[in-house]
Design a protein around this ligand. Sequence first.
Ligand SMILES: Nc1ncnc2c1ncn2[C@@H]1O[C@H](COP(=O)(O)OP(=O)(O)OP(=O)(O)O)[C@@H](O)[C@H]1O
Length: 888
Amino acid sequence: MALTPMMQQYHDAKQVAGDALLLFRMGDFYELFHEDATKAAGILGLSLTSRDKGDPKNGKEPTPMAGFPHHQLDQYLAKIIAAGMRAAVCEQVEDPKEAKGIVRRDVTRIVSRGTVTDDTLLDPQSSNFLLAIAPYESSDRSACGLAWIDVSTGRFEATSVDPSRLGDELARIAPVELLVREDRPPLPVEWSERRVVTSRPPWAFGQQAAKAALDKHFGPHALEGFGFNESDAPALAAAGAVLDYLVETQKASMAHIDRLVPHRTGSTLEIDESTRRSLEITKTIRDGTREGSLWGVLDRTITSMGARLLGDWLANPLTSVDTIVARHDAVEELLKNASLTTALRETLRSIYDMPRLLARITTGRASPRDLCFVARTLACLPKVKAKLADRTSARLEQLHTRIDLCGGIRKDLETALEEECPLTAREGGFIRSGFNAELDEQRELAKGGKQWIAKYQAEAIERTGIPSMKIGFNRVFGYYLEVTHAHRDKVPDDFIRKQTLKNAERYVTPELKEYEEKVLAAEERAQTLEYDLFVELRETVASAAKRLQATATALAEIDCLASLAELARSRNYVRPEMVDQAKLEIIGGRHPVLDVTEPEGTFVPNDVACKSRESRVESLEEDPAEGASFLLITGPNMAGKSTYIRQVALLTLMSQVGSFVPAEKATVGVADRIFARVGASDDLARGRSTFMVEMTETARILNTATPRSLVILDEIGRGTSTYDGLSIAWAVVEHLHNVVGCRTLFATHYHELTDLEAQLTGLANFNVAVQEHAGRVVFLHRIISGSADKSYGIHVAQLAGVPREVNERAADILEQLEAKSAQTGESDQRYRLDRPAKNGSLQMTLFEMADHPLLDEIRELDIDSMTPLEAFGKLSDWHEQLGTLQDS
Ligand SMILES: Nc1ncnc2c1ncn2[C@@H]1O[C@H](COP(=O)(O)OP(=O)(O)OP(=O)(O)O)[C@@H](O)[C@H]1O
């Protein structure tokens, strides 16, 4: 059956929309049809109706249909986006009055999580990145290009990474939507969950398509100017893919995306996905929220752009001492000058989210209110600039210079706009009177006309003696005089009847028509003029977008620095001394989150001192008693081991972000990478057990840590049997101490490991002090030198409410086991790993297996040629064989 012209138009639009829900504008409604209508009815709570009755004879079902009034578009877009779907908005693109035949319609934009620009659909405090992943393979290289755009601010960056680092980069950038090649296997669940994943054809990721898209947008040769080179081919392929997608779906000017910034590894601290999660830098492990994370505690910013920048700083701590020190200098100046900081923060309260306003202005989606917000922000700039006039630190000096007052634009906006402006330009009334003579004239005419109509009504009442007669207006007849049936006989002859209602008649007169034309024409003219003036103003601001954006970036940074100063003041933080050596000395350090959440004064501060093997060797020549590189921390459950080691990692990270730290004194050597393996987590989604996850992460640390890194490890080897676990922990300690030599804090319950202090010169034992009082333990949370005497596991079980008889039985068993082990001379170290210094090969001393053939294999093993993961695999293998042997 042939389609009606309108349904043909619908089908054409649906081709463009693809899998996005097509919102098809029909008069004052957006309608959805077919499958889209059925889906929308479920997601959006719309009632499902049908457009026709179908054709039962030919087996044709009625066409499902659902819709909503046009003014509710934003509300429904928000729901569609929240449901992780995309929506294609198909508008009427010509005036129905002027249409010959059916009105023309076009898909004007495709909206998804990663392409929204409306404030109502965005999280003010987070960037909203759309990220493309471009797989890249050449004869000598396999890489992944990544490019991410925040359309709501215009930020655009790209990088090339080794495919193994893809998860880390996704955790760092935290995009909301991913563009992937449709012919590649689906991404692992943990990368795609809570994100929209949009498939794109392979050609979209090709080098040629990318070059064409980038050249078209930025102009030829712009990329070299941005600092890209030949080795960046994967990054550029991704950049082209993401830009091309925007051009295709947004159909608006993307002029605000005026730069593509290369992201270079090495300039920022490398933090892998699991470390980011374990340290709870931007969200908590428990519920994935900002509240309770480091970001939540640190953020005292006033503006949304400041909050986003701080999030960005936390995701990308610095590695250059000079740049970090420049931030610390600025924070210190603001901390010392409290009145300046208070005044700056007060002014920032009147500043709006400029990057997002500018994005809407340059893409032509701004409202008069957006322009009004720009004007208000510009009005604050002289105050901010004046306040920074006497600054002394280099960074504040630079920021002061970067604030461009944009006086001309401010004056234009202030003379043109009313104090309060409406949300849509069509509402009108936002241009000040006196700004444009023609507009004033038309407004007067329209106003005068309305007064005339009121007067005409009064005169008509007097002339006819019909007191209830009133003048009304509708779109069909324009102005009319309404007379109830009771007064019909008093209607004069010059009234022309137009419409009969149930209780009344409607009439027009020649005079009424004449004035109506004048009024309506004036109103329409005023509206058009006002809209044109609005577009002109919008363009004035858009043409200065670059200057305004640079000023906005400076304001965001001032907000961040002032926020760090305010935090340092209110929480009593100190400035860390940054050094270019791999050492760390903290006195009276506190965990930044527990410091806030624990009752005031109850958190017990602790010290730390360690330095990498290299720095230790250097300083040993001066002072043989200089600190260790490897701190082994034992202590009862619940004593505070994990808290302590995390605290050390967090204080290092905070220092490199530019923040002061919760401590009495801190000297921090810049780390190139921080690794945290804290707490057991499994990854059932990828079919990996807790132990497998632990080993993969551990292997990665051993393979990638450098002498400049900081490693914190908690309970390594806990996910397997005691001896396997101990063997692995042992080997890990040796590798980190002997081979890597980086600063390491290792919390463990394997007391056997404390014996290593005698063999490994850079290893020092620490434990967490407890007091035993009337059979109960009291946790002092104080880290002291030396190893713990026992685990107090049973005491903790008692604290946790394990029934008394179970606890007593456990204590009984423990006693018997200890007695047995004393008798036989056996200890947990039966299967200890022994590394003869001579050939460096790892051997296992299996006391009970003197003649087992496995021993030869073990003796011959060249551990140095294996990766740690291979070595662990081998160990597990042996233990398994040993187990079978013992069982038989
Ligand atoms: N320095 C401290 N001051 C005050 N309270 C602390 C301190 N350190 C830890 N705590 C408290 O002790 C609790 C347990 O700490 P943590 O989880 O670090 O212990 P743990 O030794 O790692 O335990 P387990 O071995 O059972 O994992 C924390 O939740 C915290 O409330």
